[in-house]
Design a protein around this ligand. Structure first.
Ligand code: CP3
Length: 357
């Protein structure tokens, strides 16, 4: 498919550790409930799933934050749980309670029935990717994404969000072979899903391992990172001769950076507990780093926000060699004042472009 020529490639260059004029910035969950226009579109769509499953609505909300803020990348509006939904688990979003599956995977019989879904069931996602890419008109690159096998499997086994991960950890310690089988199927499905997004027009992909950080050392490597590595090894890393970089984000993964480098990713997403200078010393120039301001910093005063942005940029060091993509350490809060996002983006751009070497 032919798409408009990309104008702002600062994000893609930084991911490949090439020279950049300033630090690029985008925000996890940049399209969402903190924006009045998102809530308005969601009301018209009737529900979150009505929004996410309709490529016209998905395109509309993906572009909303870009109309407000000069961000350097767009991210597909969708959810990591669309994949298990297509695997037949029956996804629903219950008001005030978050995501729930009607048919969680608990028994040996459930596991035996699990299979990689026909990617045609996710056609609405790939159609949204192509439509968004056209609508961006080459302004900034489009990021596709999936959850990590471990994080998606947490929801598949628990059936909903969890605080103690009791069901999945019981399976991990009592029936590890069964859990490995679920992770194996989910990893195969995730690789196909990301490859279809790349084929449809995604210019970078990110793997969200939001719950890898709840695992013990040793078990993280076995039950989360091994499957992230497997997914990455199966990805089509170029499309039409252009590199499609891969970002791996394990929330709470700061202790395992060297291990995460070995997954084969191009960049590591970092939460706010990690010092960027130390992270850089540990990973060298093998990967780029994405992050990592505390999303709650956006509730501070203007001067506090600007101060925190500078601290993060200073921690990373010289910006023009690339290798740093500014982001939050996790998704933006739905209560964030949008004006404060303007301040953050302005400070990232103005401060980092003044740090030219
Ligand atoms: C764990 C996870 C999920 N979804 C996702 C993750 C991994 C990232 C992370 O750790 O934050 C990923 C995700 N979910 C969404 C995006 C869109 C792209 C973006 O703007 O970053 C992305 C990248 C939209 C969404 N996904 C969801 C919303 C809010 C839904 C609404 O409009 O009511 C959005 C904007 C719903 C969702 N989806 C999920 C949960 C737990 C919830 C409920 C959250 C809540 O109620 O606060 C699962």
């Amino acid at each position: 498919m032919a798409f408009p020529v990309l104008q702002n490639d600062v994000f893609l260059r930084a991911l490949q550790r090439q020279h950049v004029p300033y630090t690029p910035v985008w925000l996890m969950r940049q399209a969402g409930r903190y924006l009045a226009e998102y809530n308005e579109t969601r009301a018209r769509a009737g529900s979150f799933l009505g929004l996410a499953k309709n490529p016209d609505f998905a395109t509309e909300v993906t572009l909303q934050p870009l109309a407000r803020f000069p961000l350097d990348a767009a991210i597909l509006f969708s959810d990591i749980l669309m994949l298990p939904d297509a695997m037949g688990l029956g996804l629903d979003f219950v008001a005030g309670e978050g995501p729930q599956f009607a048919r969680p995977v608990r028994t040996q019989q459930d596991v035996e029935q699990l299979a990689v879904p026909d990617m045609n069931q996710l056609r609405y996602v790939f159609d949204a990717v192509s439509q968004i890419r056209q609508s961006l008109n080459g302004s900034v690159p489009l990021i596709g994404f999936a959850g990590s096998p471990w994080t998606v499997t947490c929801y598949m086994v628990e059936g909903r969000g969890s605080t103690d991960y009791r069901q999945i950890k019981t399976m991990m310690y009592a029936q590890p072979a069964m859990l490995h089988r679920i992770l194996e199927v989910t990893a195969q499905a995730t690789a196909q899903y990301l490859n279809e997004q790349i084929r449809a027009g995604a210019q970078a992909v990110m793997i969200f391992d939001s719950w890898g950080g709840v695992l013990a050392d040793g078990l993280y490597q076995q039950f989360s990172l091994a499957y992230i590595t497997q997914v990455i090894s199966q990805l089509n890393r170029t499309q039409d001769g252009v590199v499609v970089p891969v970002i791996a984000f394990t929330k709470g993964g700061g202790l395992w950076l060297e291990d995460i480098v070995s997954s084969g990713c191009d960049a590591i997403g970092l939460d706010w507990t990690v010092n960027l200078k130390q992270a850089r010393e540990r990973v060298g120039d093998r990967v780029a780093l994405q992050g990592n301001i505390d999303p709650m910093a956006l509730f501070g005063t203007e001067s506090a926000i600007r101060h925190e942005v500078r601290r993060v940029i200073d921690d990373f060091g010289p910006v023009t060699n690339g290798g740093h993509i500014f982001n939050l350490g996790h998704g933006i809060s739905q209560f964030t004042p949008p004006q404060n996002v303007s301040i953050l983006v302005d400070e990232v751009h103005s401060y980092s472009s003044g740090k030219h070497g």
